[in-house]
Write a protein that binds this ligand. Sequence first.
Ligand code: PRX
Length: 648
Amino acid sequence: MKDTVYEPSDATVSRAHVDHARYAEMYARSVEDPEGFWAEEAKRLDWRRAPTRIKDVDFTHGSVSIKWFEDGTLNVAENCVDRHLATRAEQTAILWEPDDPEEPAQAITYRELHENVCRMANVLKDHGVGRGDRVVLYLPMIPEAAYAMLACARIGAIHSVVFAGFSPDALGQRINGCGAKVVITADEAPRGGRKTALKSNTDKALIHCDDRVKCLVVKRTGGQTTWTGQDVDLTAAMRDAATDCPAEEMGAEDPLFILYTSGSTGQPKGVVHTSGGYLVYAAMTHEITFDVHDGDIYWCTADVGWVTGHSYIVYGPLANGSTTRMFEGVPTWPSASRFWQVCEKHAVTQFYTAPTAIRALMGQGDAYVTGSDLSSLRILGTVGEPINPEAWAWYNDVVGQNRCPIVDTYWQTETGGHLITPLPGAHATKPGAAMQPFFGVRPVVLEPESGKEIDDTEASGVLAFADSWPGQMRTVWGDHERFENTYFQQYKGYYFSGDGCRRDADGDYWITGRVDDVINVSGHRMGTAEVESALVAHEKVAEAAVVGYPHDVKGQGIYCYVTLMTGVEASDELKKELQTWVRQEIGPIAKPDLIQWAPGLPKTRSGKIMRRILRKIAENDYGSLGDTSTLADPAVVDDLIENRQNKG
Ligand code: PRX
């Protein structure tokens, strides 16, 4: 079947920063002369000392080292705020939309942003935070989250944002993991008309942390909360703080932030991004992928708890002097028109969201969309998971009114910014395809077993990258060996993404999903190992194996096979208890969708769980189980098929 191809309109092409010819010319240069190309692109930033050493990269397992702009110095906050003051002081930097539509929106100008970032930086300094110290942020989607990130950057501290949906345990692990000196949180996080008690979650987390860790609290709702000796009322402290704070001169390779993300084994790892390369890449991809121009109102609906919020709500847009919207709420509250009402209210020009939100809204019917005037929209974007053609078509036809190119941006926490995406004026789009590499990015399709690069245009295999780009992660916090083993061991000389991929006859890329034990639930990445370890931490559980299965709205759902301790009786109540347990251990996003009692799990004779079989059963595709001859006890499989939970 031939794919539907949507060519960009003349209007899109003539407005775009990069058209087809320019893409071809720039891309060729970016891979033939990366040093020259990126030396030029680095000029997007204001450096204290301009870099002369542009690229120093080694992908060899055992000696992996990634450095960009190594001898340059700069301050990231200065680039995102101060340098815009001369020309944009009164322009809105952050346009904040609260959860409750009745509460007024706030427009924070670059001048006000500067003042608030300085105030917060001074408070942090008062509490002993300096260069290289770690600060954990556990905040709602409020302007203070951006102030806090930039305040850390200003004084050379390293932030680690923890999504406000994570549990106290998950928060505590991350505070300890990066050895944070300070946690910044809020009393409560309003979301979808409900409130999460962030401060009391933080109190619970801190029980397991060094008692010198200080807690700075933003008064978001003013709701009742407990205060202890180590707590600081950040809202009051900021009011009293000075409005100026010098920005530290940082090395390009000094860490800017740590962001924990799930992998196929063990606990989440702290992805480290550094200052210069990350910011060049975030700024460039933001400008070109979304074709951002002065006067645009750009909206990314992500949360700053994820990398998308880092690169495409805060750092990219602010480095470019754009107006970035920050939204505290959810797509479906008070009604399924919320996104579109907000688009109309603020005349949004670029809108960037996740396929899971699109699918959820599509299910509510078109009337929620067509009631709003969406004529300001120019570009639509998606990120986080493969988008199915139906959702793509709905986004294109109903939201974009066949007028707005859809940029399906493929990237990862590890990559800092977009790796494969159509560019509005340069590429056609195909429903479900991520299309073409960004500048400097060299995707390859490898044979999964042999690791051999497939040269034919049409190819199917695993996706890896043959060279570095400035936004690439540099290491895993405190564990460089894990970094090397995770990304550079299996396929020598390449960065391995963990994703499967297809390249079509036109040379366009289609991401087919993870090939490891990572699942993608509503665009949130989760390691099945994490859910398993939460389950086996329950006293009634002997063993657990977790896999993903196709879910209409979430993309993937969480399917758990659980073996109970001898003598424990299986019941529906116990299923509910386990669901609540996992929710508490990790957070609501990890709540199991389906639990199947498994008297035994399919194992090889050496005791390894055969997940391929469990995946097939969960997918209701047990007709093609493949080779089961290595199973220790083939009868286990019949029982699992008989009692499978996904009979759809
Ligand atoms: O499997 C890919 C999927 O999300 C993974 C990265 O997840 P995370 O680090 O949480 O970052 C999400 C936001 C960048 C990838 O390994 N993924 C991301 N974008 C796409 C995608 N899959 C298909 N199409 C995409 N556009």
